[in-house]
Design a protein around this ligand. Sequence first.
Ligand SMILES: NC(=O)C1=CN([C@@H]2O[C@H](COP(=O)(O)OP(=O)(O)OC[C@H]3O[C@@H](n4cnc5c(N)ncnc54)[C@H](OP(=O)(O)O)[C@@H]3O)[C@@H](O)[C@H]2O)C=CC1
Ligand SMILES: O=C(CO)COP(=O)(O)O
Length: 334
Amino acid sequence: MTGTAQRRAGPPAIGVLGAGAFGTALAMTLAAAGQPVVLWGRDAARMAGMAATRQNAAHLPGIRFPDTLTVSAAIPEAIRPGAPLLLAVPTQALRGFVAEHRAALQGHMLVLCCKGIELGTGLLPSQVVAAELPGARVAVLSGPSFAADLAIGKPTALTLATLDPAGPEVQDRLSTPALRIYLGADPLGAQLGGALKNVIAIAAGVVMGAGLGESARAALVTRGFAELLRLAMARGARQDTLFGLSGFGDLMLTCFSATSRNYSLGLALGAGLPPATGVTVEGAATARAVAAATPGQDLPVLHMVAALLRGDVAPAEAMGQLMSRPQKREGWQD
Ligand SMILES: NC(=O)C1=CN([C@@H]2O[C@H](COP(=O)(O)OP(=O)(O)OC[C@H]3O[C@@H](n4cnc5c(N)ncnc54)[C@H](OP(=O)(O)O)[C@@H]3O)[C@@H](O)[C@H]2O)C=CC1
Ligand SMILES: O=C(CO)COP(=O)(O)O
């Protein structure tokens, strides 16, 4: 074990599995509020470095860990009997992670923190977990939340969506003075909203990177949201979920801030610049997964992002194509 936290009587430590930006930020905000938390990462040397320097220099440089946060590269240390586990690895890594740690994860409430659709299968994170760990208890934690905001205690509100009867208990454990958790019962909608808003954020970035203007961005985000509603409702999501924090709320954050990695990828694409490398950009794989699963469906913004990423169309041409589509009525159902 590495870390400085004292074991203390009380509830078992929450395990946060995945020590990237978001996992670290969640662990920090919970620990800062007095929760026992173990942050687990797979790289022993890096975790030892975090324990020694009390910061995640790679993802949240300069933000000091609360003294009570324990960091570890040992799964048994991170997974306490009866504790909820926050899974904060990227969507495309989730299947491999669950398969690798199947036995240890068994029986725990798994709180899924990733936003995306698995490439190749078109599955959402909860469906990936169900395939790898049949009967798993899951909740989805999603909503507008930049890791850097959470990590320094800025006020944040998220949706915890689950059908598990332990939902209120988990809501209570994850709530802190800086983190307000709303309970929902539509994990499908929460995941679809969180996955699709990333694709729309890439589109929003392209518009701004190409210098097409704020009016164009607002139009594209609005029409992108209509597609999000159409696609997610057809798959069984609830409208109120999509209009909530995990849908509309996160769409606003991600489409209007250069802190977003998805929006930033779009900015680079639009400006004809090379995108940042080594960065988790969930919307790129999700755009491809959506395009593969919905050929021939009327989802022009979502499909255009996939075409842009494939290099099949240039940014200025993309907007021209969207603008010259046949005239239609406004409304997300049309
Ligand atoms: N950053 C943010 O502001 C927010 C992120 N999210 C979501 O959280 C998820 C994670 O994003 P984020 O933390 O930002 O990503 P990062 O790129 O910052 O970190 C990803 C982490 O996952 C680890 N990882 C990858 N594959 C595995 C694996 N197989 N086993 C164990 N660990 C693995 C990486 O480890 P290694 O370094 O060893 O490769 C890395 O520490 C994404 O779905 C994202 O959309 C949600 C809300 C906010
Ligand atoms: O999901 C996020 C904010 O809620 C983070 O967005 P990015 O992954 O685009 O940085």
